[in-house]
Design a protein around this ligand. Structure first.
Ligand SMILES: Cc1cc2nc3c(=O)[nH]c(=O)nc-3n(C[C@H](O)[C@H](O)[C@H](O)COP(=O)(O)O)c2cc1C
Length: 212
């Protein structure tokens, strides 16, 4: 296997200062919609990077569940490793790679917890299995073995379909308010298009093209 021989030429699209417009949040919505309609696998999956107490970056995938007020909403366990990291440092990065479209979007922003009523609404919309999973999983903690987890899961499942499954307080949503966002479109000869927006103090967006 020779990894250095693996290379693709990107030629599916182009991006310019005009086509991207002046509202990056709206443009991101358009790209996301195109990713969904193009049947990209897991179009809402984003790599979320946080920073731990020693300044070490930590990345993992989470699912985008809502776009709202210049922010990206995802759900997780507030006591997880990422939850604790975001408590100490709310600056995060999010990254989408839609390889079928030869597109990447990089986002930097600040996270905050969404209102409890909105977390309740989303939690209650999830399948029963997922809700029970959120209750019994001490996310990011070492556990004895798989059986312990399955036993806890089955114990609640066996209480019957009428047993109320409420959102635990340690599970809910975060909104990443975008401060900086870069759209990347692969181009032939590695002359890729990169357009970055940075939010200014007055709320307007500064747009610039970056070298690939
Ligand atoms: C495709 C995919 C989607 C995922 N979606 C979520 C999610 O929405 N929320 C979540 O907490 N973890 C999600 N995970 C699991 C996380 O990547 C990670 O394992 C977990 O959140 C624990 O991360 P932490 O220990 O850094 O807190 C997903 C993983 C994959 C591969």
């Amino acid at each position: 296997m020779n990894l250095s021989d693996i290379r693709l030429n990107y030629a599916k699209g182009a991006l310019n200062e005009q086509s991207v417009g002046n509202d990056p949040f709206e443009f991101f919505g358009q790209w996301l919609q195109q990713a969904i309609t193009s049947l990209v696998s897991e179009p809402t999956a984003m790599v979320l990077s946080t920073v731990d107490k020693d300044g070490r970056p930590v990345s993992r995938v989470v699912l985008l569940k809502e776009l709202k007020d210049n922010a990206l909403v995802f759900f997780t366990n507030y006591h997880s490793a990422k939850g604790r990291q975001m408590e100490l440092n709310p600056k995060v990065a999010a990254l989408f790679f839609w390889h079928e479209l030869e597109r990447q979007v990089r986002i930097n922003g600040i996270v905050s917890k969404i209102p409890e009523s909105e977390s309740d609404a989303y939690f209650n919309s999830r399948p029963r299995e997922s809700r029970i999973g959120a209750i019994i999983s001490p996310q990011s903690q070492p556990i004895e073995n798989r059986e312990v987890m399955e036993n806890d899961f089955n114990e609640i499942m066996n209480r019957g379909a009428d047993y109320p499954i409420q959102r635990p307080k340690h599970w809910g949503g975060y909104a990443i308010t975008i401060e900086e966002i870069e759209f990347w479109q692969g181009r032939p000869g590695r002359l890729h298009d990169r357009i970055r927006f940075r939010q200014q103090k007055d709320g307007s967006w500064m747009k610039e093209r970056l070298a690939p």
